[in-house]
Design a protein around this ligand. Structure first.
Ligand SMILES: [Zn+2]
Length: 311
């Protein structure tokens, strides 16, 4: 296992903000990202409710229906996964996320706009060393044909496979090896997707009110309805990886392990987190070793350096 000895916690350098439609409420939501002190993790604030704090961790997951929602009594924030994927993949550990509504704006349905926002904010490297969760033994959760397993590994990797009974998607698989650059190039731009019949069903029930071709790939009987088509031929499976990265970030620290997922979704991702945290003997927390202290340079005398003695 190789861990960069200088791996430290990060926050953002300056405050940034954006606004957009909430996928489910259909309302305009303002989002502000602010620096946070080391060890604080990612914390959401509902400004419209007088500043209620909601930590972005597994203990605060209150729903995984259609998206991942975190909450405390009387306050919640829905659809956090696309922002959380960008935050964790860009290696920002401590952050305040202020919203004035019940969800994160969906933007274009991907993590791309959040990656851009974080780049604008810049990175502030803090002094605490970053901790990692190193998986030691495989852990599996399943539900019907859906399955997710996390295996031991020396880096963070995801192998995802999906199978839909629709020719626009059919079977797709993708192997992702994490790095901030790989996330930016391969995953961040992949948009959320849905079938037209499901979108209509949800809208009839007051959900997905903000859903449109501007923020999702919509699939009709004859294929993709978005005029511009897809951003990647396998955009669907790439988005599933994006969702998984966002959901797994609720563990609270980067993972050293290889995830293998088949036809999974938010609820099984949350079940995996629960199972991992309960299986305490299957992982350990590691911090990078301290850098080797350099031997002090030998003194020079009147410009003549002494050479190191042979060991
Ligand atoms: Zn998603």
């Amino acid at each position: 296992m190789f861990l960069h000895p200088n791996a430290k916690e990060n926050t953002i350098r300056s405050e940034v903000s954006c606004a957009g439609i909430g996928l489910h409420s259909g309302k305009t939501i303002h989002l502000r990202l602010l620096p946070a002190s080391e060890g604080s993790g990612v914390v959401f604030i509902r400004r419209d409710l007088g500043g209620v704090l909601i930590p972005a961790d597994h203990a605060h997951i209150v729903s995984t229906y259609l998206s991942t929602t975190i909450g405390v009594e009387g306050a919640s924030v829905q659809t956090i996964e696309h922002l959380m994927a960008a935050v964790s993949a860009m290696e920002i550990h401590n952050l305040i996320v202020e919203v004035d509504g019940p969800e994160v704006p969906v933007m274009d349905g991907s993590s791309g706009p959040f990656v851009t926002l974080l780049a604008k904010a810049g990175v502030d490297c803090q002094s605490s060393k970053r901790s990692f969760m190193e998986i030691m033994k495989p852990i599996t959760v399943s539900e019907d044909e859906k399955q997710v397993t996390i295996h031991p590994g020396s880096s963070f990797e995801i192998e995802y496979r999906i199978a839909y009974n629709h020719p626009a998607i059919s079977e797709q698989s993708y192997h992702y090896r994490h790095s901030p650059l790989a996330f930016k190039r391969e995953i961040a731009a992949a948009r959320t997707f849905g079938f037209l019949k499901d979108v209509e069903y949800l809208k009839e029930r007051g959900l997905a009110r903000g859903g449109s071709l501007d923020n999702a790939v919509v699939i009709g009987d004859d294929g993709v309805l978005n005029e511009q088509g897809l951003r990647f031929s396998d955009e669907f499976v790439r988005h599933k990886i994006l969702d998984l990265i966002g959901d797994l970030s609720l563990i609270g620290m980067p993972i050293l392990g290889r995830v293998e997922a088949t036809c999974s979704g938010h609820s099984l991702h949350a079940k995996l987190i629960e199972e991992v945290l309960e299986s305490k003997k299957s992982w350990r927390i590691v911090t990078p070793p301290s850098p080797v202290v350099k031997r002090p340079a030998y003194p020079s005398y009147q410009g003549v350096s002494f050479s190191h003695p042979a060991i």
